[in-house]
Design a protein around this ligand. Sequence first.
Ligand code: PLP
Length: 483
Amino acid sequence: MNDINKSASLYKELIDYSKKDICPMHMPGHKRNPEYFIDGLPYFMDITEIDGFDNLNDPEGIIKECEDRGSKLYGSKKTFFLVNGSTSGILAGIRSLVNYGDKVIISRNSHKAVYHAIELNGLKTCYLNPVVDEEYQISGSISLDMVKEAIYKNEDTKLIIITSPTYEGVVSDIAGIVKLAHEKGIPVLVDEAHGAHLGFTKGFPSNSIKAGADIVIHSLHKTLPTLTQCALAHVGGNIVDINRLSKELSIFQTSSPSYILMASIDNCIRLLMEKEKELFYPYEKNLDSFSDKLCSLKNLSVLCKGNDRIENHPGIYKFDKGKIIINTKRTNYTGSMLAEVLRDKYHIEIEMTSVNYVVAMTSICDKEENFIRLLEALLEIDKDCTLINGEAPSNKMWQELPKVKYKISEISNEKGSFVLLEEAINHVSLEYVWAYPPGIPLIVPGEIITKNTIDNFKDRIVSGTRLRSTKGRLPKEINVKID
Ligand SMILES: Cc1ncc(COP(=O)(O)O)c(C=O)c1O
């Protein structure tokens, strides 16, 4: 703690600098002139790479010191600050570990940033299809058997890319996956965008850096106190060429990084170094008490909370209890209806809705009253909703993966034709379709559209989910290759 107080804080340096009488004959154009600070935004400390403030793309001074602190906190070999979100770390991280045209093994439920990296690097893919959890209709963990088989069948694999935790908080056995991959000399990149808070206390699963992954990407802004876009790229082990990663990062990150964002990252790291236990102890206590009180739910259920145990979900290796996944499957509510009631009646805005569930996100910054408010709302809604008889609509998406006919890079710039959804069956998609959040493509350019794909789009549209497509004509039309 003493050490941290003595070390240079980027935020404090910016504040001190803003108080000095220095005439800014440099970018940004607002010139730190208070006459233009009419919107309350922190222009007074918004600077560029002036003397004494180092350079994100080639750090040697205060930014290097800040990154080294991040590395110490997470136990990495090297940590890079990201001001363009996890997206930039995923693009650069993947590019640093492959050559154009290589083959990669990836979990099919990856974020679109992973697919964009595949497209840009002309990669061939072997997809891992996580089992669907029956009750919640969400993707489970990537199992070791799946990885073993994929490596066995694809000896030319150059990289394994896993998302853990998923958007819904499902964690895979990264230590086991890394062991299998490293036996064959294959590096592992983990998109841990949703897990920057993991590995600090025993109540949460460990993180992928401790599990031995080669590159781990964290969106600090998702689960820890930083400004939006703040993220980290960590390197572990000896496989990664750090110079190459650094070069790739300078391609995918802005050459004018915001010092406000970097100071926000540094402050978050300092906070965790100084107050880890003070922050996580009350958070866990609030989560556990929230969970206990959910035992009285009769109609709704919450994943791994209340009476629901992880043992009920054989496809889930571990779960991040910070995520609150509320299942409406057995009730007269859809996910969207539940989100609407929470918003309109209780003024609670949740993170994401799907056909039969909603995702609420929590963090060390949530006060006890937030948990109580959500708890009371859920208990009341649970009394109001009724159980339905018969089959609830199910998420059919990942029961069978769409067949890949072309690599994404081979086909994504073709013009093709726009057709009605029903007419697209058996044709190759020329665009991505996803719901945002979570930004996981339901179809990818080069994949063959099936009836299952179209039924899945329709189920989502009917349940109130807004689907987006690269070329923008959904829900009516989709762009396909007509042979
Ligand atoms: C699993 C996953 N990976 C990566 C990203 C991209 O993160 P960012 O918004 O920090 O670029 C997201 C964003 O939602 C995500 O859910």
